[in-house]
Design a protein around this ligand. Structure first.
Ligand code: G3P
Ligand code: MG
Length: 250
């Protein structure tokens, strides 16, 4: 039900390095992580870029939006200075660069499809197709633990991913589980539910597991809370505190 690593570095390398950068992946590796969550959004020219916010101003300076900017211009932006001086000039990565780095270092990927408004289906389909093509060998060989897991808060993005490349597994991201979460999750043929640990109870966790889904929590930064969640049967979690909750955490 959850063949993937239990502890996953959030947005690349958590708080140790600028989020959603190759420097983040490098930081995760330095802490022994071989599992990562990050966010993918389409540029104006329809290319998947690793970035969280649809608008500029937080991790990249200035005014503007990812969906209105060409990929090559995004790739030239500084996504590191906001974090700290040593990361000045760290670029906004192409999704394909993240794939290459993760393949090279044996890092499992939880790819969060983070569509800008209005391009949910296009984003889901693009990410699913590119992921399927990159992992065609693993998919054909049935190496399920090596194939990335796509996740999204957007049901439309996941539905498009399912239609474009059904062989790449999907997880539905929900801040809070509504009472009727099961039917939409089944319609997506989702293998897992990803949810905000703050709203999860032991009873809800048991319901998800009993329904046959994997259960993953974001974003858990307190080791005591992580231990509690795992004791409830939560299969995996991502953390910003890769220094406190390491890959072998129990
Ligand atoms: O995928 C889990 C988590 O990353 C979802 O929230 O805003 O950090 O992308 P966010
Ligand atoms: Mg995310």
């Amino acid at each position: 039900m959850w063949p993937y690593p239990k502890i996953v570095a959030h947005r690349g390398g958590g708080t140790i390095a600028p989020e959603n950068t190759v420097a983040g992946l490098r930081a995760g590796l330095a802490y022994g992580f071989r599992a990562v969550e990050f966010d993918v959004m389409l540029s104006r020219d329809g290319i998947g870029m690793v970035i969280h916010d649809p608008e500029f101003g937080r991790t990249v300076a200035g005014l503007g939006a990812v969906a209105r900017t060409l990929a090559r211009d995004l790739a030239a932006m500084d996504a590191g200075s906001w974090h700290s001086a040593p990361f000045k000039g760290e670029p906004v990565p192409y999704y394909t660069q993240f794939i290459a780095y993760c393949r090279q270092h044996g890092i499992w990927m939880n790819v969060e499809i983070k569509p800008s408004d209005g391009v949910e289906a296009a984003t889901g389909a693009w990410v699913a197709q590119v992921t399927r093509d990159a992992y065609a060998q693993e998919i054909a060989a049935g190496q399920v633990a090596r194939v990335p897991l796509l996740s999204s808060f957007s049901h439309a993005a996941l539905a498009a991913a399912r239609d474009a490349a059904p062989e790449v597994p999907r997880a539905w991201l929900l801040d809070r589980l509504p009472p009727d979460w099961q039917a939409p999750a089944r319609a997506l043929q989702a293998v897992a539910i990803h949810t905000n640990h703050r709203h999860l109870t032991q009873a809800l966790a048991a319901t998800v597991k009993a329904a046959g889904f994997g259960l993953f929590c974001y974003t858990v930064n307190d080791p005591d809370r992580a231990r509690e969640l795992l004791s409830w049967g939560v299969d995996g979690l991502c953390t910003d505190r890769i220094d406190l909750i390491g890959p072998t955490f129990t």
